[in-house]
Structures are given as C-alpha cells and as structure tokens.
Design a protein around this ligand. Structure first.
Ligand SMILES: [Zn+2]
Length: 341
C-alpha cells in the first residue's frame, strides 16, 4: 500500500469519512455538457491529498439521479444537439417529459403547436405531434392538446370555441392509428354534444430554428444545477482551505443536492440577465461570497450562453471565505476550460 491508500477523505455530499480508494473524479459541469460536448480539458474534483472531493457512491447516485435527467430532459441538454455538440442521431434517446418543443408560428404552423425534434440521417428537423388545436375564447389564443390531454377539452369546455377545433395528425401515423385517434376524440366530444370541425395531416415543417423550447425545471433539474455551483465552490475552496466546504452553513444546500431536502431559502432561480457579451459559445460559472449582514455565497451558471441560473449556496457562511470571487469559462472554440477571474 502506498501512503495515499492508507489515507481517508471526507465526501462533500454525504460527509462520510472513507478510504481514499472510494473516491473518484467528478466533473464540475456534467460530463455530457463538457467532455461529451467536445471540451478537452475539464474542471474536475479529483481525489488528492489536499482536496475535498466526491465519493464513488455519491458520484454514481448523483450521476444517475440528477445528471442523466439534466442531460436528457432539459433545455440545456437539448441545446447540445441544436448547437451541434452531440451526435444528432442520438436525439432519439432524448426524453421530452420536461422539455416541450413548440412551433414559433413562422413555418405555416399555428404558434404553440407541440412538436418533436428528429434526425433523418442528414439534418435535424421538427415535426408536429398529433394534437388538437382550439381557440380559447377569453384570450383569443389557440391552445394545443396532445392525445394524453384530450380530457382537458371536457374539463374546461366553457373556455373554448369548439367551432375552431382542428385535429392534427402527425405524418407518421398509419391510417388505422389516425382512425383510432379520430374515434377517441369523437367519442369524447360526443359526451358534450360537440364534434370535430376540421382535421388535417401536417407534414414536416422547417428547421429546429422554428421552434421554441419550453422547460419544466422540477426539483431534479434544479438540484442538478445546484450541484454545478457546489462542485465549483469546492474547486475554489480547495485552493484556500479544503475544510471550508464542510462548514455547517453549507449543510442545507448539501442536503438539497444529495437528498432533495428543500432548503429554508430558494436555492435555484432563473435570473433575467445577459451573462456577458460573449460571441463565442461557452459555459460559464461565477462564484461570489459577499459579506452583508450575514455571508451570502452564490453562483451564476450559464450553459451554452442560454439561461442564467442563480444558485444560493449559503445564507450564513462563516467569514473564512469572505470576498471570495472566481469565474471559469468552458469555451467551445478553443475547446478549453479556463479561469476568467
Ligand atoms: Zn459521498
């Protein structure tokens, strides 16, 4: 046994003290968004004699529970394909539970039509799903309902103008599937004395530019975002004093990421901010620990220059890390990760 193998480390997430060989490398930003997207040298938490790091068990658990859904079912995850940073044929493995793709109305489709992103071997395209489109009387806006939400038409019947109802069939439906869909809707509508006014079969439309991505950021995705901030903070603190990351003021965010226990503050929030005037595509993370009445530690995270998230890491951190500031950028042009301040 070497000296290192005799040593123990404490995991930043479960806080267990474990033998050194039970730790492995953790990417600050999910592997699928960095190395998997072409960034060569990455910021990681490596087990070493002087650094705080993540145990194998937490790393595997967080990878499967948070990172995988974040990669496969968030706007950021979808942007990997749109920005050409992931093999486009893998789009079939994406999940569409937390991300919805809607037409922006510029390609001959009604604004808001539910769509899917596909790859035909050459290029990415979007295709409308089978759905009902109907006008909301009060708002005047057309709303879309896919087959699994047809019941809403009955529940909210007073709100809609049924003379505007159109059934749209996705082009990949077979004739019998199309008939089944139509019958299902007809049966439902007959309960309230309504019928299908018009139906059409839509063809493929436009490119991916003509869609709007809508994300439903549930606790899983928000925890995955919080983990980027906490990982980054660990990297920064490792340079100062690797024990700082274990301060009790960080226990709430630690428990939120590891166990989903909601903190007493709003930990992750979308902020209306232009991250920077960067023209090159990149990810960036900034950490700020500022002394006010208490010490608030927060981070700003932006992947693919898109949505900016603010993560509150602590509202009451002890003074040791006061006025710590740091920022890193993962640049796709140079395929490198570097410190920006
Ligand atoms: Zn652990």
């Amino acid at each position: 046994m070497t000296m290192l193998e005799n040593q123990t480390r404490r995991c930043i997430y479960c806080t267990e003290i474990l033998p050194f060989n039970l730790f492995n490398s953790e990417h600050v930003i999910q592997n699928c968004m960095t190395e998997g997207a072409g960034i060569q040298d990455n910021l990681t938490l490596e087990p070493s004699e002087f650094a705080s790091c993540v145990c194998i068990e937490c790393n595997s658990y967080l990878g499967a529970t948070l990172d995988e859904p974040f990669g496969r079912d968030s706007i950021e995850g979808t942007l990997r394909f749109i920005k050409g940073k992931k093999k486009r044929k893998a789009i079939k493995n994406q999940h569409w539970n937390r991300v919805r793709l809607k037409s922006d109305g510029n390609a001959g489709l009604i604004t808001g039509a539910e769509s899917k992103m596909l790859f035909d071997g050459t290029e990415m395209f979007t295709r409308p799903n089978s759905q009902v489109q109907i006008r909301n009387i009060a708002s005047g806006m057309v709303e879309s309902f896919e087959e699994n939400r047809f019941e809403v038409l009955i529940e909210r019947q007073q709100e809609f103008d049924f003379s505007s109802l159109t059934l749209i069939a996705s082009e990949n439906l077979t004739d019998s599937q199309w008939q089944m869909l139509k019958t299902k809707l007809e049966n439902l509508l007959s309960k309230i004395g309504k019928k299908i006014e018009s139906s059409s079969e839509l063809k493929t439309f436009g490119g991916v530019e003509e869609t709007i991505l809508q994300g439903n950021y549930d606790e899983i995705l928000l925890r995955a975002i919080a983990k980027i901030a906490f990982n980054y903070m660990t990297v920064v603190f490792n340079e100062l004093d690797s024990s700082v990351i274990f301060l009790p003021g960080l226990d709430e965010i630690r428990a939120y990421i590891r166990h989903g226990t909601k903190p007493s503050f709003v930990a992750v929030e979308k902020v209306d901010e232009c991250m920077s005037a960067l023209s090159t595509m990149s990810h960036s993370v900034r950490l700020q620990c500022a002394m006010n009445e208490t010490m608030v530690a927060s981070a700003r995270i932006c992947l693919f220059n898109q949505i900016v998230w603010q993560v509150i890491l602590s509202r009451d951190l002890e003074g040791v890390a006061a006025n710590t500031q740091s920022g890193h950028q993962w640049c796709f042009d140079s395929e490198k990760c570097f410190r920006i301040y």
